[in-house]
Design a protein around this ligand. Structure first.
Ligand code: BTN
Length: 268
């Protein structure tokens, strides 16, 4: 969508989201704020103070939106959707791969909305036609076991103040469907996905994740959080959501990091 056509009129509302959710609205306690620092930060605090699972915060504007690996998440009112969901899993639930399962649920919601060209980039970026359409940041509530905050940012239009290096890699979905409908679809899919995850864990989502894998079989470089960069062929993900990489010196399993395509001239 051209950056000259702002979508500022389409801001989500509590009533609109409830209408889009239908009966499932009873499972959520949704708050829509004109502004906050970060919906994740806010819900982590509310979660620690005892807020129930299903508590959701949607912000028209975040002043300190958080991305993965200490990065910032850029969005402006009406340009994107920024929201977080507090979810409490049953004790002893295996949490590995949760953020990948969330990626599957959000991709399904966008597909329900008729958005095409979607893929998932490990661990949980949402791509549209190769550009980053959305990001997911799953954080554990401090001092409370099995309580998580699932934060999601989606671009509807790229904000004017988005730095060029971020813009070059970004994608936007445009003004349709409405913010309320998108949130209704996303929360509805997340509700079912989190219930399924609590019962069966990531293995129940693995095939759906692999079907959308943007880098299946590709030569990639992985900037790992814990090891020197790795290069190899993307061989899939395991039952815990770890990336399986076929490297020259044998198979490797990576639990956290950043994937990029190895292109000619990058030492491949
Ligand atoms: C990423 O780096 O790709 C993850 C971005 C996650 C951004 C969302 S926006 C709503 C929620 N609140 C935050 O501060 N971050 C997440």
């Amino acid at each position: 969508m051209p950056s000259s056509s702002p979508a500022h009129h389409d801001l989500p509302t509590i009533a609109g989201i409830a209408a889009a959710l239908g009966p499932a609205a009873a499972r959520f306690d949704v708050d829509v704020l004109p502004e906050c620092d970060s919906t994740n930060a806010l819900l982590l605090a509310r979660g620690e103070a005892g807020a129930p699972g299903g508590t959701t915060v949607v912000a028209h504007r975040q002043t300190a939106g958080r991305g993965r690996r200490g990065r910032q998440w850029h969005s402006a009112p009406g340009d994107g959707l920024t929201f977080s969901l507090l979810w409490r899993f049953p004790p002893a639930c295996a949490m590995e791969g949760l953020s990948l399962a969330v990626g599957v649920a959000v991709a399904e919601a966008l597909e329900d909305a008729g958005i095409g060209g979607l893929a998932l980039k490990w661990p949980n970026d949402l791509l549209k036609d190769g550009g980053k359409l959305g990001g997911i940041l799953v954080e554990l509530v401090p001092n409370v076991r099995w309580a998580t905050v699932i934060g999601i940012g989606l671009n509807r239009r790229l904000p004017d103040d988005m730095p060029d290096d971020v813009r070059e890699q970004a994608a936007a979905m445009g003004p349709d469907p409405s913010a309320d409908r998108l949130l209704g679809l996303a929360l509805g899919r997340l509700l079912h996905a989190m219930e399924r995850f609590a019962r069966s864990g990531f293995p129940a989502f693995r095939e759906e994740w692999l079907r959308r894998n943007a880098h299946a079989g590709a030569a990639v470089r992985v900037l790992s959080d814990f090891e020197p960069p790795l290069e190899g062929r993307f061989a899939g993900v395991d039952a815990g959501g770890a990336l399986l990489l076929d490297c020259a010196d044998g198979p490797r399993r990576v639990i956290s990091g950043e994937v990029s395509l190895r292109t000619a001239g990058s030492g491949a």
